[in-house]
Design a protein around this ligand. Structure first.
Ligand code: ARG
Length: 246
């Protein structure tokens, strides 16, 4: 009975113990989501989430280990222990929250739209896109796809595995609009002034938060205190300004 009890306790160990015992903080994210996580030409990972993850690892006295994971497999990767935490600009949704725990939000964003320049002036809100004559592109398994389905139900929806492929449809003139998180769209629009027009008024409310496995109050406590500390002592602002102020 005693050893059975011990092994149940061992299984229920906090990620904090795994992290300390291994000397590694393994962070799941999916590169390609500007400015939170990007892969450089020479194969390094950079961005807001990456810098927050590195800062967190430093505070814990362990090594930061990036685990770049396809978006549709990112929650399973966390659940099966391939990483300790998802720091990937993940929106807190009820469906996801049934499977994982979220720390307090570290930023709030919303869905916005990039339209083809030929629709400039004609489409001024997501409501104007709600017709079967329009084709919308977004990324599979994201809140962009979810809100396009829910809020623009009459438009045709094309879903892609990556942000880059989805937004390219609009830049190429193959789709009329791309629905996605505001920060990504703001950067893309600034980089592709002639190919897209940015409708910058968000039409959803989306807190983004770090996700961890369920039943780990110790790790959750660590994360919320770490977030409060970095927000209070200027660390968060320094990192934020680096990636969000251009
Ligand atoms: N916030 C959106 C969502 O939760 C998109 C996040 C995409 N993140 C990424 N690392 N590719 O669905």
């Amino acid at each position: 009975a005693c050893s059975a009890l011990l092994s149940t306790q061992a299984m229920a160990q906090s990620a904090l113990e795994t992290i300390q015992n291994s000397g590694k903080l393994r962070v799941c994210f999916e590169a390609g989501y500007m400015p939170f996580e990007m892969k450089t030409k020479d194969g390094r990972f950079i961005g807001f989430d990456i810098d927050m993850g590195k800062t967190m690892a430093r505070a814990m006295g362990v090594q930061f280990v990036p685990v770049n994971t396809a978006w549709d497999g990112i929650i399973p990767a966390l659940q099966t222990g391939k990483c300790d935490i998802i720091m990937g600009g993940m929106t807190i949704t009820p469906k996801r929250n049934l499977k994982v725990n979220f720390a307090d939000p570290y930023i709030v964003i919303g869905q916005t739209i990039l339209i083809s320049p030929k629709l400039k002036g004609k489409i001024t809100s997501y409501k104007d896109l709600n017709s079967s004559k329009y084709t919308i592109a977004s990324k599979l398994g994201t809140t962009g796809a979810q809100s396009a389905k829910r809020d623009i139900p009459n438009a045709k929806l094309q879903l892609f595995d990556t942000e880059a492929d989805a937004v390219l449809q609009v830049a190429n003139g193959k789709a009329d609009a791309f629905v996605y998180d505001l920060p990504f769209n703001a950067i893309y629009a600034a980089q592709h002034k002639k190919q897209v027009v940015f409708l910058d008024k968000p039409f959803t409310y989306e807190p983004l938060a770090w996700a961890i496995r369920q039943n780990d109050p110790d790790f959750l406590n660590f994360l919320n205190n770490f977030l409060r500390q970095t927000k209070g002592d200027g660390t968060y602002k320094r990192i934020y300004d680096r990636w969000f102020k251009s």
